[in-house]
Design a protein around this ligand. Structure first.
Ligand code: SF4
Length: 286
């Protein structure tokens, strides 16, 4: 029986991208290959907020569950799903236990129009080996749509690629796979050589519907997104591109959502909101 280290498993509304507004089960895996500590900060700087959360061990020990964790306005808004300091909040769960828990949180105890969003952290790390066991569980059979929310740096293994291609045609009229690729610009604090891997993303297109989503804090980020988009296009990427405002908390998000929308319109790109911020204040479990 395969196991996955689960940071969060909850039911909410998809707040971003192609399926914005769709009721969804979010399976947030633990672990990420990035740290994205710089979102919303001047280049190369780390916010006091991020430093406090990362290094104040006394503070960390006082958190017993996700709902107690502080929300951040800068840095990665799902930081506890990869920071080693928080690993004990994320249990290893067997696929049977995950499927049982999913049935508990689905309103009708089966899949209707709800989607499964596999997110992180980075959900395409080693957990690729474990997903088939979960997806083959009898409770998961009626599921019609999966989205992988990835940073676009992890190759799909040949075994998992074959599995997903087979899963998608088990019911050719209903099943869909989406890769929502949040490619990291320099405002994330990650280096372009590590973050922008177009060949990896182009391979996702062979498996499912694939789009790019850039998080924008400043006009400089928006222009960088256009430049990076061209790199993907040159490599053969054909999917749509979204611009989405930075902002894990409402005060930051509402400062630049309109500017990002206007820039997206001018550039002929799609705009993605972050509905979880105005609707639910981006609290854990939403
Ligand atoms: S890639 Fe995503 S989950 Fe990983 S640190 Fe960056 S923002 Fe957070």
């Amino acid at each position: 029986m395969s196991k996955i280290k689960i940071a969060e498993l909850f039911y909410s509304i998809q707040g971003e991208g192609r399926f914005m507004g769709v009721p969804s089960v979010f399976l947030r895996t633990f672990g990420c290959n990035f740290t994205c500590s710089g979102f919303g900060m001047p280049r190369g700087e780390l916010s006091e907020e991020a430093k406090e959360i990362g290094y104040t061990h006394k503070l960390i020990e006082s958190f017993q569950k996700y709902e107690d964790l502080p929300l951040v306005s800068t840095g990665c808004d799902s930081y506890a799903s990869w920071m080693p300091e928080f690993k004990d909040l994320s249990p290893m769960m067997e696929s049977n236990g995950i499927a049982d828990r999913i049935m508990e949180i689905l309103p009708y105890k089966t899949w209707l129009d709800e989607h499964l969003v596999i997110t992180g952290g980075e959900p395409l790390l080693g957990w690729q080996r474990a997903y088939p066991d979960l997806l083959d569980h009898e409770y998961m059979r009626p599921l019609k749509e999966i989205t992988f929310e990835t940073n676009g740096t992890q190759k799909i293994t040949p075994e998992f690629k074959e599995y997903l291609q087979d899963w998608a045609i088990r019911d050719p009229f209903n099943k869909g796979i989406t890769f929502s690729v949040s490619a990291k610009l320099s405002c994330s604090g990650e280096l372009r050589k590590d973050a922008i891997l177009p060949d990896v993303v182009c391979e996702y297109q062979e498996i499912g519907y694939t789009y790019l989503k850039f998080v924008i804090a400043t006009e400089q980020d928006a222009y960088e997104a256009l430049e990076v988009m061209d790199i993907y296009r040159l490599a053969g990427f054909e999917g749509p591109v979204y611009l989405m405002p930075v902002g894990g908390v409402e005060s930051v998000y509402s400062l630049n959502n309109r500017r990002v929308a206007e820039f997206a319109m001018k550039a002929g790109l799609r705009y993605s909101d972050r509905l979880q911020v105005p609707l639910f204040k981006n609290e854990w479990g939403t």
